[in-house]
Every structure is written in C-alpha cells, then in structure tokens.
Design a protein around this ligand. Structure first.
Ligand code: SAH
Length: 246
C-alpha cells in the first residue's frame, strides 16, 4: 500500500510541474528545430541548387527565421518555394528571389544599403545579417508600423526604418553602396540613381505592373557613368508613389 503523506504529495506535484516545464521547453525546442530543418531544406533545394553561392547570403538565409515575418506565425508555408501574402495586397518575396537579389548587391560588411518596400521586413533582416548599415522605407503606414515592431521584436534594432515614398530615396543618408527595390517600377527612379554611390549597385524590377517584369542591375562607374544589365524575369507588386501621385 502506498501512503501519500502531505510532503510527498507536494514533492509529486513539484515533480509533475517540473516535467511539464521540461516538456514545454522540449516542445519549443522541437518547433525551433522543425523550422531550422525547413530552412535548411529551403536553402539547399531552392537557393543553392539554383546557383546562389555567396557564403554571406547563404548564411543569412539560414539564420533569419522567415516564419516570424509571415502573418500568424506563418508555419511551414513560410518556407515554400513561392511568395506569401502579408496583407494590404502585398507579398513577402519567394526565398530564391530574396537570395538572388541580395547576392547581386555584392555587399561588403559595413556597406550602406537602402531597401525600398519594407513589407514584412524579411529582406531587411537578411540584409542586416550581412551589413551593419541598413535603411528601409515602406509607403503603407500599417506595414511600416508592422516592420518597426517585427525588427524590434527579433532584435534587428540597428535597421533604420522610415514610413514614406521610397521613390525619392533617403537623401540625408545617401550615398548608398547598394539599393534594392522590392516593388516593380515602370522606370528607374532618378532620385535613386542619384543616391547611388560611385561603384554602387542597384537592383530593381522594371516593367508593367501586374505583368512579368525584368530584374535590372544598375551600376554606377567612375564619373557617375550608369550601366544597366537585364538579369531574370520576375513578378513583383507595383511600386506606388513617385511623380504619378503628385
Ligand atoms: N521586401 C519585402 C517585400 C515587399 S512587397 C519583404 O521582404 O517582405 C513590396 C512592398 O513595397 C510593399 O510593402 C509595398 O507597400 C511597398 N511599396 C510600394 N511602393 C512603395 C514606395 N513608393 N515606397 C516605399 N514602399 C513601397
């Protein structure tokens, strides 16, 4: 016969509680492991196998918890080979496109980089894993607020964020070694070309809104000479703002 005395009952309850705490912690660890496994699979099959090879970009894509940038925790959907809706008619780009565009910027640690279209803040976080000087602008106020909260929550506090029309860039912080536009422009925005440093690189989807666009790489040579090169076809949400709204 087992006699449960009061002290041993307390001990039992304490043990139960401790077990629950350990199991909960293990659950969290398993969830984190599951996301890490999904991320590793994403990087290998969607990014490395398609030719992205810059070690800094691959490291960033392995480290940034993409599911944290997708609404409602995102789950496994965040690691799929496609864009994901983030509300307000906007999307977080497909992982491969984020990696490809980032690689094209050829960022050195400490480079100054400007992103137009913060959206979910995922691309900004990827940039922040590579360089310490990241600026990002978002035109939709609710998304700008969300960007702010997400970057703070996940510890990307060094990223400078602004709500505004990115067509006009961030003149006070210019020149930038790299500029990445993550919405489709009908033409290369002159203010952004102006704010690109000599030797700088800008990547921007150019073409008709809602139809396929081309990613264009803009480089600024000595004496400000601009060169453009068309890379791959892509599909982005439109860049709004600019002179059309004036
Ligand atoms: N880089 C984002 C994806 C962006 S989707 C990410 O990693 O999630 C494109 C974003 O560009 C949208 O959030 C849209 O509101 C924003 N955008 C469109 N036109 C803009 C403009 N003129 N200035 C700043 N942001 C703009």
């Amino acid at each position: 016969m087992i006699i449960v005395t009061l002290p041993s009952f307390r001990l039992l309850a304490a043990l139960c509680f401790l077990t629950m705490v350990i199991m909960a912690a293990a659950g969290v660890a398993n969830a984190a492991d599951a996301f890490a496994a999904l991320r590793e699979h994403m990087v290998r099959t969607q990014i490395e196998e398609r030719g992205v090879s810059d070690p800094a970009v691959l490291r960033a894509m392995r480290v940034v918890p993409r599911h944290e940038f997708v609404p409602n925790g995102g789950g496994a959907l965040a690691y799929g080979d496609h864009p994901v809706s983030i509300g307000y008619g906007q999307t977080i780009s497909q992982p491969y496109i984020v990696a490809y565009m980032t690689e094209q910027l050829d960022l050195k640690p400490g480079a100054r980089v400007l992103e137009i279209g913060s959206g979910s803040a995922y691309q900004a976080a990827v940039l922040a894993e590579i360089t310490t000087s990241v600026y990002t602008i978002e035109i939709i106020p609710e998304l700008a607020k969300h960007t702010d909260e997400t970057l703070s929550r996940l510890g990307y506090t060094s990223v400078k964020r602004r709500h505004g029309d990115g067509y006009y860039g961030w003149p006070e912080a210019a020149p930038f070694d790299a500029i990445i536009v993550t919405a489709a422009a009908s033409h290369l925005p002159p203010p952004l070309i102006e704010q690109l440093a000599v030797g700088g690189r800008m990547i921007v989807p150019v073409g008709g809104t809602w139809w396929t666009q081309n990613l264009v790489l803009v480089t600024k040579g000595s004496e400000g000479k601009i060169k453009t090169r068309t890379l791959i076809p892509v599909r982005f949400v439109p860049l709004t703002g600019g002179p059309r709204e004036r």
